[in-house]
Each structure stands twice: as C-alpha cells, then as structure tokens.
Design a protein around this ligand. Structure first.
Ligand code: NDP
Length: 601
C-alpha cells in the first residue's frame, strides 16, 4: 500500500484501518514478559566495558545528602545543593563515572535528540557552548564530568556501587544505606535519580543463550571487538564480519549508519519501523552563541522550548527542533478552527489530521531516500508519530542503500529463533559473527526491580507497598511516610518527555531550596503530609491523561506493549494543565517560602 496523495486527499478511513492492521500484527499475549531479565547466564551483558572496578574501603560514615544515581538528576541536584551550602553530598552510582545514560550509551553515533541548548543541563553555570545543535555522546559525557568537577562532586562519590538496601531510621531521623561494596553509612537526606531507562532488557527469543558468536547490548558497546570509538571513528574490525542488529528504535537508528559503513554484511532485524524525520544537525557558531548567551539565557531557552512544546502559546521558537516543530504544527491545525468550533472532539480530529499529514511526509521521505522500493515499503511507519519515540536522522534510511546492508523485516512478528550460528526469521537462518541487541531498556517493570532495592520508610513500610495501587507523590518529589527522601524524575510533575533534563533541573532547584530551609532553621525532617499527597494525586487525575502511546497505538514501551496497563498506570501522568503550568506553579511554590503541603520538624 502506497499513499503518496496530497494531505487533503488522504483517505483517513483506509489509513485508520491500515494502522489497526499493523498494530494487530504486533499485539502479543505476553506483553512486557516477552523480554527477559538480564541475570544468571545472561548477566555478563551488564558488565561495564568502559572502566575497571577498583578496590576501595567500605564507607561507614554520615553525610548530609546521599544521592542515588550519577546521571543528570544526581549531578543537577548535587550542584544546586552545593550552591546552597551543603558541602557533603555523596553520589552513589553503579557506573564507573558520572553520566548515567551517557556513561553507558557510547554506541557509535549516539547523540541527543532534543536540541543541546536545552537538553544539556547547567550550560550557563559551566560556561560550556555545545558544539552542535544535537551534541554527540562524548561531548555530553564530558559535560557530565565537567559538572562533577566544577561542583567538587568527585571526592565524595562512590562509583561502581549499587545500593542494596535503604531504610529510614526514625529514632535518628536519617537514612541507612547499604551497598554491594560493603558500605553501611547514613545520610540525613536521600535523593533518588535512578532513571527510567537504565536497565537493559533482552528479547526472550528462543535460543538466545546458545549463540556461539560474539554479542553485546548497545548500552555496553564492545569497541575491543568492533574497533572504532564513541566519537565515530570507523569500526574497522568489522570489515570482515557479518553482524546482525536486533531492534530498530532510537538507538538502532543512530548506530546503524556506522555499522553499515563498516561491516562486511549488516543484517538489521526489524519488527516495527521507527518514524525517521529530518535531523538537520549543524555546528553551533561561536559568534552567534556569544550574541545570545547573555545572563539567564538557558532559562529563557528552556521556558521558550516548553512554551512551544507543552502548553504555551509562544510566538517565537528559539529552539526549533523536531519536538517544537511537532507541537507547533498541531497547534497551527487547531488554530485553523474557528474559535467557537474548538471543542475537544474537533481538537482531537485536528490533531489526527496533522498527524496523518506528518506521517505521510515521513513515509514519502522513505521513498525519496531508499533506492529499493521493496525495502522502502518495509521501512514505513504505519502509526501515529507519538505512538512510539519519534526519531530524527539524516543517514539512517540512506544506510539501506549501502551494499552489504540488508533489512530483514519480520512483518511484525520479531525474530523467531537464535541458534549457535545466527538468527532465524521466517524459517531462514542468517549466519552471523556478531549479534548486537538494540532491544532497549526496562520501562514497564516494577520500580523496585529497576532500582535494585525496595526502600523502607517510617515503620518499615516499603515503597512498593505504598505504591501498590500506583505511584503517589506530591510534585513527583515527595512521598508520605518517606521523610527526607526526594524523587528526581518527570512523572507527577511536569512530565515533559520531550526534554527530560528540564524536569530534573527544576526538581533540583526545589530540593535545594527545601534542604537549605531545613538547615537554616534547624529542622531535622521534611515530610509531605498525607492530605497534601492525596490532594496532589486527586489533581493529577483531573487531567486528560497521556498524549504519547495510547491504547490504539502499535505496541511498545510507550503503551505497555499494547496491553491494558491496569489502574495503577493512570497515575503515570503529569500536571493536568501541562508542563508549562507545572513549571510556573513550582516556581511560585518555591518562591513563596511557605512550602505548602510539607511538614518541617
Ligand atoms: P526501544 O525499546 O525503543 O527499541 C527496542 C527495539 O527492539 C524495538 O525496535 C523493538 O521492536 C525491537 N525488538 C524487541 N524484541 C524484538 C524481537 N523479538 N525481534 C525483533 N525486534 C525486537 O530501545 P532503544 O534503545 O532504541 O530506545 C529506548 C529509548 O531510549 C528511546 O525510546 C529513547 O527514549 C531513549 N533514547 C534516546 C536517545 C536520544 O535521546 N538521543 C537515543 C537512543 C535512545 P518493536 O518496536 O516492535 O517493539
């Protein structure tokens, strides 16, 4: 089926039917259980290929603030706490350095998908000018280290360390932290920045453990095997190799062009094609940057991004990336409606029209780029742009024109089997030297499984018990019964998915203000009241729900693999009036100094 008509001639009914057919092909009874937990004989897929583990003495001391996770959440929070005068902040990180997702994801071609000017935190504070509109991973990792150094966070940090237990000591108003390195220390406050996408997952494909060749997950790239380096140097050791990559999500889109260039034969095993729009990356001109980088510039850019992307009405679009384009297009469509016709059903219809047009453009782009019409047809995404993570790239589709690069489309079924020799699809075996798993990260699994521990609050109540019916917080930060613990993540706050770091840097500011208030006034504890938490959850439930994913979408981690997610998932939302409203609200809440909903004691 090809649809190259002009937007106004799109046959919407036919398109809806095609989307539904494609979705139905992919629905599976096992949902999230199709993936296997990386443990036991698969545990080696988690080994750190980047930094050797060095022996150290166990910690048995006390710190004012311990933060679990050394990615953007931990770095931003620790930076703001340091500015607020808290000198003993200890970051505990399972990787061998700061960086979080950017520590692990060093696959060739990795780069940010939201413009660096808003994506990279603390640019103004560190005086760093991003080198490109969409910076590549080595620059982002170096930036994480820059933040760590500038704020003196290295001295107290514990790397290659996983918290194994975290419990509240009510008598002494502090947390007791135990780790896999024998640490047993206390902290007055704890921050949780464990991230949503840090536990690699593997597809539960029959025979996965039998493959005799080499294999690794994209978040543990084996440069010893492939040659090359994270800055994109040619993967020269693959010149005589047959390589298979499983998965065609945002990670695969970024690394496939590098593999295509280097491998003798590359087989890309696809279950669902990604939507791949124009990237248009470009270097940042230092003269231009000097002109815009006046005091407060990054905050202005962040606000402008959110105003364009999530609920505002900005005239000007400073950032102009794929995300702001997406939202401005939808808004323009809605504004074409006469004011009196802007009802919810009409706005939904306008949203659908705009999406149909955009996706048609994206499918037409495939035809324009990919030489072989059969391959082009298979690379087309038949679903709404926000059903799966939208991708942007200017050499992914082109890679399929490279001799030796083969798209092995599984018609929505996925890889059938892995054997000692290679991968089987539709009864045909593809012999391989190496399998690369671009199969993503655990999202739909339980929080405690992803965190690696189940924190115990007052009276020993576990977080999993408190959240048995779904997440409950105030502001996405505080949980009743868990004093002096702060969660740094998007859900139940702004939930701005298009620029995750903005959620984290706002939470960091909020936490620093509260901790400073406690310190200055001699309070040992900060806790949200039950009433305030309940009220916040009630407020969240007044919203329209999530814009991404959705039950009619093709399966993926955005919609719990297409399965009814259960009542708890209705709480995985943000402020009912959108990210823009949340940021404004939390700024006023912070500034008021009243800390409504919290009890300091
Ligand atoms: P994803 O979860 O998005 O993709 C996993 C891929 O594996 C999908 O294509 C999936 O197919 C495929 N797959 C799973 N099982 C099988 C099977 N049995 N047979 C064949 N294929 C299979 O993981 P990614 O690592 O690509 O991305 C995860 C997230 O990380 C992104 O959504 C994004 O949020 C983030 N990310 C951000 C980047 C950035 O900002 N620059 C870059 C990369 C990632 P199917 O689609 O059918 O499920």
């Amino acid at each position: 089926m090809t649809m190259t008509d002009q937007p106004q001639q799109i046959d919407k009914e036919r398109l809806r039917q095609k989307y539904a057919e494609e979705r139905n092909k992919r629905l599976r009874a096992d949902g999230n259980d199709q993936y296997v937990e990386v443990k036991g004989q698969l545990a080696h897929y988690l080994d750190d290929p980047y930094t050797p583990i060095t022996p150290r003495d166990a910690k048995t001391d006390h710190v004012t603030f311990a933060f679990i996770g050394g990615g953007f959440a931990g770095l931003a929070t620790a930076a703001r706490l340091t500015e607020a005068g808290i000198k003993d902040v200890r970051i505990i990180e399972k990787g061998g350095d700061f960086g979080g997702t950017w520590y692990w994801n060093r696959y060739p071609g990795a780069q940010c998908d939201t413009a660096s000017m808003v994506y990279m935190p603390l640019l103004e504070e560190t005086g760093h000018m991003p080198s490109e509109k969409y910076a590549h991973a080595p620059e982002i990792l170096a930036h994480c280290r820059r933040i760590g150094k500038q704020y003196g966070l290295y001295d107290n940090a514990l790397f290659h360390t996983q918290v194994s237990d975290l419990r509240w000591d009510d008598a002494n108003s502090r947390w007791i932290i135990t780790s896999n390195r024998g640490d047993f220390f206390t902290a007055q406050f704890v921050g949780m920045g464990t991230g949503p996408l840090h536990v690699p997952k593997l597809p539960g494909i029959e025979g996965i453990e039998t493959f005799k060749g080499h294999s690794f997950h994209t978040s543990r790239w084996d440069y010893d095997y492939t040659g090359g380096d994270p800055s994109g140097a040619r993967l020269e050791k693959l010149a005589d190799k047959r390589v298979g990559i499983i998965g065609t999500g945002a990670t695969s889109v970024q690394c496939v062009p590098h593999l295509a260039r280097a491998c003798k034969e590359l087989y890309v095993f696809q279950r669902t094609p990604s939507s791949v729009d124009v990237r248009a990356n470009a270097p940042i001109d230092p003269d231009w940057f000097a002109g815009i980088a006046s005091s407060g510039w990054q905050q202005r850019w962040l606000e402008n991004f959110t105003a364009n992307q999530a609920g505002g009405n900005a005239e000007e679009d400073l950032v102009q990336d794929g995300w702001t384009d997406l939202s401005r297009r939808i808004r323009a469509k809605i504004l074409q409606l006469p004011r009196e016709q802007r009802t919810v059903p009409n706005m939904r219809a306008a949203f659908e029209d705009s999406d149909f047009e955009k996706m048609q453009e994206i499918r037409d782009r495939v035809d324009a780029i990919v030489d072989d019409p059969k391959t082009a047809e298979k690379l087309k995404a038949w679903y709404g742009q926000l059903c799966k993570r939208p991708c942007f790239h200017d050499s992914y589709l082109q890679a399929f024109n490279t001799p030796g690069t083969h798209l092995i489309d599984t018609d929505g079924k996925g890889v059938e089997k892995i054997t000692e020799r290679g991968i089987v699809v539709a009864g045909k075996e593809y012999p391989l030297d190496c399998i690369i798993y671009a199969s993503g990260f655990e999202v739909g699994t339980e929080y405690r499984r992803r965190a690696g521990f189940d924190m115990a609050g007052r009276r020993g109540v576990k977080l999993s018990e408190h959240w048995a019916g779904g997440m409950r917080t105030k502001h996405g930060i505080h949980v009743h019964g868990f004093p002096n613990a702060f969660f740094v993540q998007p859900t139940q706050g702004a939930n701005l998915i298009s620029n995750v770091p903005h959620n984290l840097t706002e939470a960091a500011k909020t936490i620093a203000v509260m901790v400073r208030h406690a310190q200055q006034n001699g309070f040992a504890r900060i806790e949200v009241t039950k009433e305030a938490e309940d009220k916040w959850v009630e407020l969240l439930l007044t919203g329209v729900g999530r814009m991404i994913g959705g039950p009619d979408c093709t399966p993926g981690y955005y919609n719990n693999e297409g399965r009814e997610p259960g009542p708890a998932a209705r709480l995985n939302v943000g402020h009912p009036s959108g990210a823009m409203a949340y940021f404004k609200y939390i700024d006023e809440w912070r500034r008021s100094g009243e800390f409504e909903g919290l009890r300091f004691s």
